[in-house]
Design a protein around this ligand. Structure first.
Ligand SMILES: *[C@@H]1O[C@H](CO)[C@@H](O)[C@H](O)[C@H]1NC(C)=O
Ligand SMILES: *[C@@H]1O[C@H](CO)[C@@H](O)[C@H](O)[C@H]1NC(C)=O
Ligand SMILES: *[C@@H]1O[C@H](CO)[C@@H](O)[C@H](O)[C@H]1NC(C)=O
Ligand SMILES: [Fe+2]
Length: 486
């Protein structure tokens, strides 16, 4: 009796395994390398006197206004702005109706130097205790040059609440960057997930570095003063410039772009997490230590345990350097982080990993390369239903231009790639479905180019299948090793 049961089990195991293998093969269809070649468009920075960088009118008027989430769950916001003539007021006046401010909050002010550049007065004000899903109006600055803005708080954390994110990377401050921002603003997305390389001010020297951080702050204000940009840092934020006596990494960036890292018990503003609507967003730093036992590694191990897919079904990771990239530019630079974190991403069923760095667009299939261990296992990426989709959107439009040379032939892990400027949107519908778009800036027009319906990795198809299997083959599945369960 027992013996027969064993045979039966083996047979069912074999059946299940064949099914796994077959469905893997189905997924391994060839990727697309888009033949689209955009027209010439100079990748030069917009001149400083252009209206894209206009200084607001009025003595000591606030400029470079931007906001970001201020806590773990979206009930707080950090408002930042710069005044140039004198420190002025640190106060934010805010409320739920335009021009009538029932509340005030007091921020901080700081200034710093970078080589011989002296920054303006950088104000930062954390406002907590906000209502969810509410439009707030706010006013900053001294009375005679005050400026008014507004923002909408996210809905309360809820597994089925819809929310639309935009994803922008490697933006810079060229005419292409302007096109990206303007197209992004047409999408109606509510929050930007920024995947690093902000201003490209480090392409300048001496006094001009600080000047170009300031112009970038004025440039993004059209969006960033009205909705949060969730920041992650790239290599252009490092600004290690010993010839100018500047040797502390990330100085300009850290002075200007605060993050709510303390609310997730992170020890650095460079890696942290926020929960917003139905998404848990984890921000990593490609240019900070991440190997075993480092603070970032320890923090991520804990943060992944805190993820509760019953509350926030969507698990999104942001980093600068892509782990799966088939462009000549920055090829294999993400390997070191892949070796350290990829198995966690599969284990925790991350939905999407967004990265930048490569100035092109690329999307992967669900693949992983976690079985190779130097002495054994296949050294090639293989289809893996537990794996995230890796998306590179380093195509915001900075002055370095596009990364036009892709590896040929296109590797199996690469689903779609094109060297054009653009941005992405992720429109979460409910706990199971989200709609993803990559929008190419086709010389002035916004052209949706790569899109798909994303099924949630925890609540989506595989979970339904798991449930089905559980009902029909409960005893069998129980006996399979975890990695072979569907
Ligand atoms: C900050 O501003 C004050 C007042 O204008 C000035 O005295 C000080 O030198 C500045 N500090 C730095 C680090 O630039
Ligand atoms: C490498 O992987 C193989 C196959 O999974 C395993 O048998 C072996 O013990 C692993 N080696 C090390 C050093 O972990
Ligand atoms: C989730 O959204 C998708 C796409 O809009 C829809 O087809 C599906 O029925 C929704 N599911 C639930 C449970 O509402
Ligand atoms: Fe980069």
């Amino acid at each position: 009796m027992l013996k027969n049961k064993g045979k039966e089990l083996l047979f069912v195991q074999w059946l299940l395994l064949s099914f796994v293998l077959l469905s893997c093969i189905n997924h391994a269809h060839a990727g697309v390398t888009s033949a689209f070649v955009r027209h010439e468009w100079p990748s030069v920075d917009i001149p400083l006197d252009n209206e894209a960088f206009a200084v607001p009118k009025g003595y000591n008027a606030p400029q470079q206004v931007h906001i970001t989430q201020g806590d773990y769950d979206g009930k707080a916001i950090i408002i930042s702005w710069v005044t140039t003539d004198k420190p002025g007021s640190n106060q934010v006046r805010y409320g739920m109706s335009d021009g009538k401010y029932d509340f005030t909050a007091e921020g901080t002010v700081q200034n710093y130097t970078f080589y011989n550049y002296k920054s303006g007065y950088i104000h930062q004000c954390l406002i907590g205790g906000l209502e969810y899903d509410t439009k707030y109006y706010y006013e900053i600055g001294d009375v005679n040059s005050a400026r008014k803005f507004w923002f909408q708080t996210p809905p309360k954390i809820d597994p089925d609440v819809p929310y639309k994110f935009g994803i922008i990377g490697d933006l810079g401050q060229t005419f292409n960057s302007l096109s990206t921002i303007q197209h992004y603003m047409e999408t109606g997305a509510q929050t930007v997930l920024f995947v690093g390389d902000l201003s490209y001010a480090d392409r300048y020297e001496y006094h001009d570095v600080g000047v170009r951080w300031d112009s970038w702050g004025r440039f993004i204000e059209q969006s960033a003063a009205y909705q949060p940009w969730i920041w992650s840092a790239g290599n252009h934020e490092i600004e290690y410039m010993p010839h100018m006596g500047e040797i502390i990494p990330f100085r300009n960036y850290l002075h200007r772009y605060p993050t709510p890292y303390l609310s997730t018990k992170s020890s650095s503003p460079l890696w942290y997490a926020v929960r917003r609507a139905s998404a848990h967003i984890i921000v990593l730093s490609s240019y900070s230590p991440f190997v075993k036992y480092t603070p970032q590694w320890r923090w991520l191990a804990k943060e992944l345990k805190r993820v509760d897919r019953d509350k926030t079904p969507w698990l999104i990771v942001l980093m600068h350097v892509p782990m799966y990239n088939s462009n000549d530019a920055h090829f294999m630079e993400g390997e070191s982080m892949r070796v350290v974190f990829e198995s966690w991403f599969c284990h925790y069923k991350v939905d999407i990993v967004f990265a930048g760095h490569v100035h092109a667009y690329e999307r992967s299939y669900r693949v992983s390369n976690i079985h190779y261990n130097i002495s054994s296992g296949s050294p090639f990426p293989a289809p893996d239903k537990s794996a995230p989709i890796y998306i590179t959107v380093g195509d915001g439009g900075n002055q370095e231009g596009l990364a036009q040379r892709f590896k040929d032939p296109q590797p199996d892990y690469s689903a779609f790639r094109e060297a054009s400027y653009g941005h992405s949107t992720l429109e979460i519908k409910n706990r199971t479905h989200a709609i993803y778009h990559w929008n190419r800036n086709d010389d002035g027009k916004r052209v949706p180019t790569d899109s798909f319906v994303l099924h949630n990795q925890y609540w989506g198809q595989s979970r339904r299948r798991r449930k089905l299997k559980k009902n029909h083959l409960h005893s069998v599945v129980k006996n399979l090793p975890r990695s072979e369960r569907l």
